[in-house]
Structures are given as structure tokens and as C-alpha cells.
Design a protein. Structure first.
Lengths: 220, 365
């Protein structure tokens, strides 16, 4: 343990579960999504492989959406850590140049933030946005009805018109997924890097909840 | 032919019997139409009644604009019950440039008479060039003819994808600026125009819409593309006869293979069935003999607005994406994704290299 660092309870159980549920459903979504885009292996004679892939795809999207709703609820109402202030766009914009300078090796140190640095905050905020976008485009592509109440086309068909037809909705749905894949890979890389550079157990903290902290961080 | 024998004056059933269609066949046709419209069998006699009142049927004026007359072709190939003429009789077509026997002055008189009397069902086949001089009949721009005939029509049926949104003639680069009927006539005609998409139009759908009008004196409920919901409410994919193969993950990878012979799903051959709302799998074509996917061809999505451009290439899963700044260059979504992914990987690798210094430093702290 490097000097002047102490254990800090960073993530409570709810945040950790939420994180891993999102990871699991995202992995399922990406895998089944690629399969639906281009079925790269066939099923056996009695298989219902594509039907299962689609079922899992829809199921994990619902899981993800419910997770997002809970996450938004927690960020306002969590007794442990209601962190919605950390996502303030205006506050974070000021910190962006410094973070970019840090990550491009133009600066050696950056301001310590309470929980997320500005780039992190923007990325996570964008994830909330793209989950909603993926849900909307997904529902627009989905043909069926919701509990027999209304059809997906009646509810979300406007989006197809806006984007120029279902084929274009499909392209957007696909490209937005790539945005997520790339940012998620960067996310994993950054957490590993942080763990290695600062030796602060960032990576482990999403399992244990505890992280090493040298400073109390900037107050918001 | 019949009209030369003076049969046009007799009532419909007599005329049908003359051309070999019995009463039973006629009622079968009425039952079929009732089924198409989702009406109960109690409506069959009413449909028969509506059709038999020959003199009260509104005349149909059929205008041909920029198209390959495939819809007319589809119309005269309708054989249920077994007479192509049945459909023509039901429609009571007064004017159709492609198939009418009369010509010149004689037929122009009929057309002008219809125009004067009004209350006709106006069927428009083909897109409408909006540039002067690009599509003219008897010295008149097609656009002007459409605007001349539209106000007095009781209903306007845009048949085929050319008439609805331009179709093939309006495909990029569209030099004559062809537009669909609804776009040319403007919002004043909203609710009066029925778009019967598909290339060519499905005749049974056309007849059903006309019969619906004869029965109820109103047009069917339309979706946001102006198409009757009854017929264009569902995806081809959801009613496809090959759907079981899709769910089971059995796909044709290449034409000329065993999978193709076994009739597997054409998804990977670029089938646009999952994006196209049309009644093809149910109603089919040519007297319900076959349709594209049954015949082994992937759907090209001809029932959707702007299909020629947005669904090209027809054998690709997704359309190409043009990126602003690269005019005329199209990338597939896969390539864009992979390129962005590769760029991110390179970025991470470079950053990791740069960070080794920091890692050493961090260790010393």
C-alpha cells in the first residue's frame, strides 16, 4: 500500500450488483446482436437458435433498461451515495481540457475528483443516453405488440420515418453498438491502468467495494 | 372483345356467365374479397349486391404516368375466379391508355366526359415528373393532367410504388424529379389518396379497396404512409413461409447450394422481408400461385417508401452508409464499426506504451 492512502468504501452492494448486471446484459446483447446481424453459425436440425438469440436479446435489453431506471433512481435517492451532482455537464466541461492533457501525456497530474473525472462522467452519461437510443431504435425495429396493448410500429414507427426507414434504423442501431463497444473497452483499459499506475485497487473495488484513496477529492 | 358484341349493356352476372364465370364462381370471388377485407360472411351477399348494381358503380379513370405499366400488366393477369375481365368489370374502367381498344379522338371524348361528370375513382399508375417537358401525354405535362383530374375524383388510388413515392423512376439521381402522387397533389388531398404500394400493385388488394369503397362509401383506415392498414400492417418477415428456417438458424449462404434447394431462409442473401410491410406472403401474386420469396428470390422491399435507394444493394444485409465529406463513397456498417474498433485498439496500445513510464513512477511514490 503506497503511503498516505487509506481504504474508502466506494461502491455499496447495490451499485456493484447494478454494474455487473449491466456488464452481463451488455455482453449478451452484443453477442446476440452480432448473431442477429449476421448469423455466423447455424443451428442443429431441431434447434431454434435464432429464436433464442432474439429472445435473449430482448430479455437482456429489458434487464438493462430496468437497471438503468434503478441507476437513475439511485443517483438521486441513494442513501449511500446519491451522485447525480457528479454528472453535471457544465461543471464537467471545465475539467475536460485538463483530463485530455493528462491522458495525452501533456500533463503529469490531474485534479482529483470525488468519484468520476469529467471524461468518465461524460462517458457514463452518454451510456445512459445510448441505452435509451438503443431501446428506441430496437423497439422501432421490433415488430410485435406490447402485452397486446399497442403495436411497436404504432408506438415507435415515427422513429423509422425520422431516420429514413427501417434499414437506416438498423444501421444506426448497429453503429451505436460500436460506440458502446469502443467506450467499454476504453473503460476497462482505464480502470486497469488506474489500478497499475496509482495502485489504488480501482479494478478490485467493483468486486469488494473498497478502494484506496489518497485525498478526499474535490467537494461538489 | 365483349364490348364489340354489345355486352357492355348487360348486367354483370350475365356478362360473367358469357365469359365462362358461373354464379358460384362469382360468389366465391365475393367471399374471397370479404375475407381479404376482414369482413364476416354475412357481407358476402352485400358485396355481390354492390358489384351487381353495375350502373351505379362509379367509373374508374386509370391514368398512366412514368412507369413500366407493370401494374396494368398485373391487373390483366388477375384470373380469379377465372376471368381476367371480372376485375375490369368490377372496376368498370372507362379509360386506360394501355389496354383500351379505342384511340385518339374517340377516347379523349370519353375521358373528357368522365372529367366533366366527375365522381370517378381516379387510379394513378406511375410517378409524376415535376420538371416541365420530362413526361408528356398529348402535349400536356403529366403533372398538369394529374392536377386536372384530382379535384373531381371521389377517391384517388396511387397504385404501385411509382405512384406512391416515385419507385424505380424516382431512384437516384432522378433527373426528371419524379415524385409520388401524394407529394405532387399536396396536403389538401390527405385522406383522399390511398397508397397501394408494391411493384407491381397486388390486384386483389386494389379490388378489395374498391369493393370496400362500394360497400361502405369510404376508404379503408390508412397508416402513416397512406397505405391501408389491413394490408400493409404486418411485416413480410412475420408471415413468411420460410420463417421457421429463420428461427431455427438455417440460412442460404450462396445461390446454387443445397440450402437453397431446401428452401432455407434468405436473410443472409439480403432479404428485406424484415423491413417491409406488405401482404405478399398471404395474398401472393398471379392468382395466388407464387411470390418472390416462394420463388426463391430475397425480398427487395418494394412495398416501402424509397426502397430503390435505401434497400440497395438488394443482396446485402444492410445498405451502404455514405459519410459526409466522402461524396459518392459508401461504406458498409460492418467496415465502419471495425475501423472504429481498430482505431480504438491502436489508441489504447499507444496509450499503454506511454503509460509504462507512469507505472514506474507510480510504483516509486
Amino acid at each position: 500500500m503506497p503511503k498516505k492512502m487509506q481504504l474508502k468504501y466506494e461502491w455499496n452492494v447495490a451499485y456493484r450488483i447494478e454494474h455487473w448486471v449491466h456488464v452481463a446484459s451488455m455482453i449478451v446483447l452484443i453477442f446476440t446482436g452480432f448473431y442477429i446481424h449476421w448469423p455466423f453459425f447455424g443451428g442443429g436440425p431441431e434447434s431454434q437458435i435464432m429464436a433464442w438469440m432474439r429472445f435473449l436479446h430482448f430479455l437482456s435489453m429489458y434487464t438493462l433498461l430496468i437497471g438503468l431506471v434503478l441507476r437513475i433512481y439511485m443517483s438521486f435517492n441513494s442513501r449511500f451515495d446519491a451522485d447525480w451532482r457528479d454528472f453535471s455537464v457544465i461543471q464537467n466541461l471545465k475539467g475536460v481540457p485538463e483530463m485530455i492533457a493528462y491522458y495525452t501525456f501533456l500533463k503529469d497530474k490531474h485534479t482529483e475528483y470525488r468519484k468520476y473525472n469529467p471524461l468518465q462522467a461524460f462517458t457514463y452519461l452518454s451510456w445512459a443516453g445510448i441505452i435509451i437510443l438503443q431501446a428506441l431504435t430496437g423497439f422501432a425495429l421490433y415488430s410485435g405488440d406490447f402485452f397486446g396493448l399497442f403495436s411497436s410500429q404504432a408506438a415507435f414507427g415515427w422513429l423509422n420515418r425520422l431516420l429514413g426507414g427501417e434499414s437506416h434504423t438498423r444501421v444506426w442501431h448497429f453503429l451505436i453498438m460500436w460506440y458502446f463497444i469502443i467506450t467499454a473497452v476504453v473503460h476497462v483499459y482505464m480502470s486497469l491502468l488506474q489500478t497499475l499506475v496509482k495502485r489504488d485497487r480501482t479494478f478490485q473495488s467493483m468486486f469488494t467495494g473498497y478502494k484506496l484513496s489518497s485525498a478526499t477529492g474535490k467537494k461538489r | 372483345m365483349r364490348k364489340e358484341h354489345g355486352l357492355a349493356t348487360r348486367d354483370l352476372v350475365d356478362r360473367l356467365r358469357y365469359s365462362g364465370v358461373g354464379r358460384r364462381d362469382f360468389l366465391k370471388f365475393c367471399g374471397l374479397t370479404a375475407g381479404l377485407l376482414g369482413l364476416s360472411e354475412a357481407y358476402i351477399p352485400r358485396i355481390a349486391n354492390a358489384l351487381e348494381k353495375g350502373t351505379k358503380r362509379p367509373p374508374v379513370v386509370w391514368l398512366n404516368f412514368a412507369s413500366d405499366t407493370g401494374c396494368t400488366e398485373s391487373l390483366i393477369k388477375a384470373t380469379y375466379p377465372n376471368a381476367a375481365d371480372l376485375v375490369l368489370d368490377i372496376l368498370s374502367v372507362d379509360y386506360n391508355e394501355t389496354i383500351m381498344a379505342a384511340a385518339g379522338q374517340q377516347v379523349e371524348e370519353i375521358l373528357q366526359k368522365s372529367l366533366k361528370e366527375g365522381n370517378y375513382i381516379l387510379v394513378i399508375e406511375g410517378g409524376i415528373p415535376t420538371k416541365h417537358g420530362y413526361g408528356m401525354i398529348a402535349g400536356k405535362d403529366m403533372m398538369d393532367i394529374a392536377k386536372e383530374f384530382a379535384p373531381k375524383a371521389i377517391a384517388i388510388l396511387a397504385v404501385g410504388s411509382c405512384a406512391t413515392y416515385g419507385g424505380v423512376p424516382a431512384a437516384n439521381p432522378n433527373p426528371s424529379a419524379i415524385k409520388g402522387v401524394a407529394d405532387v397533389l399536396g396536403p389538401a388531398y390527405k385522406g383522399k389518396i390511398v397508397n397501394l404500394d408494391l411493384c407491381p400493385v397486388n390486384v386483389e388488394v386494389l379490388v378489395a379497396v374498391v369493393v370496400n369503397y362500394l360497400l361502405f362509401k369510404k376508404l379503408p383506415e390508412l397508416d402513416s404512409f397512406g397505405r391501408p392498414k389491413t394490408f400493409y400492417g404486418q411485416l413480410i418477415h412475420d408471415n413468411c413461409e420460410r420463417r421457421a428456417h429463420f428461427d431455427a438458424g438455417r440460412f442460404v449462404e450462396k445461390f446454387g447450394t443445397e440450402e437453397e434447394a431446401l428452401g432455407h431462409c434468405l436473410y443472409k442473401m439480403g432479404c428485406k422481408g424484415p423491413m417491409t410491410h406488405a401482404p405478399c406472403p398471404k395474398i401472393m401474386y398471379n392468382d395466388r400461385v407464387s411470390w418472390c420469396i416462394k420463388a426463391g428470390a430475397p425480398c427487395i422491399g418494394c412495398g416501402e417508401q424509397g426502397w430503390t435507394d435505401k434497400f440497395a444493394g438488394f443482396y446485402e444485409r444492410l445498405p451502404g452508409v455514405s459519410i459526409p465529406g466522402f461524396k459518392g463513397v459508401e461504406f458498409t456498417a460492418d467496415k465502419i464499426g471495425l475501423a472504429a474498433g481498430a482505431a480504438a485498439a491502436i489508441g489504447i496500445a499507444a496509450h499503454a506504451l506511454g503509460s509504462t513510464k507512469r507505472i514506474k513512477k507510480g510504483g516509486e511514490e
